[in-house]
Design a protein. Structure first.
Length: 577
């Protein structure tokens, strides 16, 4: 029994006893008329005690019933937890029960001002905000409840300082494939900047509908492309950018998601969840993460099957891209002269703004991605992912001549807690035509002089260790990208085409490697007010081209240091049982 009913029961017992002792009922008389017959007095006392015992037992039964109602109401209320970074970004893939209604036959105490002792009928007559849904007026993490739906703000405010020993001119994120060489102007300059662009804002919606649990998720940052030219001169009018906007619903063993999400090719930390807290995209400050990470955020839909709580199967159809290079510092391919017009029309070389920009090039089919995830416990996660991409072009000079090619690849990933609070992480990727998933560092294909398509091999790895020591999170990663050579000759038989040929530009990279480590220190956190963190990261990045001209540098590298202060909004998603 809880403390409150115990106190109430004790008080009532003492009150009844005091009343009984204070009362002066008529005294029974003996046969001779006297009031001092001992036998009569004993009979009277026994009668009084028996009556009081009945009243006490009735009170005990009533309070026991009240306690059951209180416990049921408490179970229906959201748990109060300390907000931690990423907590709202964790999907618990089970169906939530509906709210528990009070027993209308019983008095229903509600722990809120002025409502103790309300009956169920009285509560049912109140507006929803005053009824069972609001049975607790206790201070809680920021969360708006509308019926059975909870809306939780998500986001944080960042101030990031970063320094590079070369002027890569890539803003906060590292363009891994375009580090300046030492024999260039930018290779002899350094850069230092402040930025708030990584700040994020959004919301998460949780609810139940006809036996299914649904989650809606929206997230913006401020890394959008701006037309302004005075951002650093007199105005920091950075532009919002949509990162995530999707809805997910699960009923029993089936789950469905649609919208713009992290690709299912992104490694998971657990299951096959699209929520940021369940994904592995490292813990670095660099907004382009690390070289070798397979990732993109794009529109699509997926179906998941959960045969049990340890195994998940997933299949997704996602946005395709006939990528010929040129994005995020990656090198474009060299096209045959007869097919030079394919870039920006049929192939995406990241410079097709004049032709409509986003979604300007054709697409034969979605990219199809299949994944199996195995989580025998919270200490181990293993996954295998495969994907298929399909490409198609047409000869501009002969519209009856089409060229098609199917590509694909696989990824194997695992993370394990080897000792308490220390995890090892490893992900390996290999593909034919999947270079765009490596942050665009590798083209997907080349075009031969007859117009046919040939895929480029590319692969990567990300390996690291993550550790939590009280309020400090530490990490260290090695990552690398390998881009295969695929070359040919133009129709004249002398001009080289493709990727990585002899005489090619020094931005046609063969390998990109990165070593990085850092920390995330929680300075302060509170469930009602949020959290404040200080973070730091050191990054060493190196790239090697396929071709090195005489007397030219064989490779280049840079050093980057990040320091970040972050305030995270309070709030955590409601528990799902």
């Amino acid at each position: 029994m809880t403390t409150f009913p115990k106190i109430l029961l004790t008080t009532l017992i003492f009150t009844l006893a005091a009343n009984a002792l204070a009362a002066e009922p008529p005294q029974p008389q003996a046969a001779d008329g006297s009031k001092n017959d001992p036998a009569a007095q004993v009979v009277l006392l026994k009668s009084q005690l028996a009556e009081q015992q009945k009243q006490i037992e009735q009170l005990r039964v009533t309070l026991a019933e009240q306690e059951k109602v209180l416990d049921r109401l408490a179970g229906a209320l959201p748990a109060q937890r300390v907000a931690t970074m990423g907590e709202v970004a964790s999907l618990i893939p089970v169906v939530s029960p509906g709210p528990i209604a009070p027993d209308k036959a019983l008095i229903t105490p509600v722990f809120s001002s002025g409502r103790l002792g309300m009956t169920a009928a009285t509560m049912a007559a109140l507006p929803p905000a005053q009824g069972v849904a609001a049975a607790s007026d206790m201070s809680a993490p920021l969360q708006l409840k509308v019926g059975d739906t909870s809306i939780t703000p998500v986001g944080f405010m960042d101030l990031t300082a970063f320094w590079r020993d070369k002027n890569a001119a890539s803003s906060m994120g590292s363009n891994f494939g375009s580090i300046p060489y030492n024999n260039t102007v930018n290779g002899n300059l350094s850069e230092f900047h402040f930025s708030t662009q990584n700040s994020r804002i959004g919301f998460r919606v949780d609810g139940n509908w006809k036996g299914a649990h649904f989650i809606g998720y929206n997230e913006f940052d401020f890394n959008g492309t701006s037309g302004a030219t005075n951002l650093a001169t007199s105005n920091g009018a950075i532009v919002p950018r949509l990162r995530l906007f999707w809805v997910d619903t699960r009923k029993d063993k089936l789950e469905f998601l649609a919208g713009q999400s992290w690709s299912m090719l992104v490694p998971n930390r657990k299951g096959i969840s699209a929520l940021p807290g369940d994904l592995f995209y490292t813990q670095v400050i660099d907004i382009n993460y690390v070289a070798g990470l397979t990732w993109t955020r794009q529109p699509g839909m997926r179906v998941l099957y959960h045969p049990n709580n340890k195994l998940t199967f997933g299949l997704s159809a996602e946005q395709p891209d006939q990528y010929s290079g040129g994005s995020a510092g990656g090198s474009p391919i060299t096209l045959p002269s007869a097919f030079a017009g394919l870039n920006g029309t049929q192939l995406d070389n990241a410079q097709n703004i004049s032709l409509g920009g986003y979604l300007a090039e054709p697409g034969l089919t979605p990219d199809f991605i299949a994944k199996i995830a195995f989580d025998p416990s919270s200490k181990f996660h293993f996954e295998v992912t495969g994907f298929n991409s399909n490409f198609r072009t047409v000869n501009p000079s002969n519209l009856g001549q089409h060229f098609s090619r199917a590509g694909g690849g696989f990824q194997i990933g695992a993370n394990a807690e080897v000792i308490k609070n220390v995890r090892l992480v490893s992900n390996i990727f290999w593909s034919d035509g999947g270079g765009r998933y490596l942050f665009g560092q590798a083209p997907s294909l080349i075009v031969r002089n007859d117009g046919s398509l040939s895929l480029i091999h590319s692969g990567s790895t990300v390996d690291g260790v993550e550790a939590t020591l009280k309020n400090t999170f530490l990490y260290a990663y090695y990552s690398g990208i390998y881009i295969g050579r695929n070359t040919g000759f133009d129709a004249n038989g002398t001009t080289r085409i493709g990727y990585g040929y002899s005489g090619s530009a020094n931005n046609m990279n063969r390998a990109i490697n990165e070593v990085t480590f850092g920390f995330n220190q929680t300075l302060w956190k509170d469930a009602k007010y949020g959290a404040l963190n200080a973070m730091g990261q050191y990054e060493y990045l190196m790239r090697n081209p396929w071709y090195v001209a005489p007397n030219a540098p064989k490779a280049t590298h840079d050093n980057t240091i990040y320091f970040n202060l972050r305030y995270t909004l309070p709030g955590s998603a409601p528990p799902v049982k």
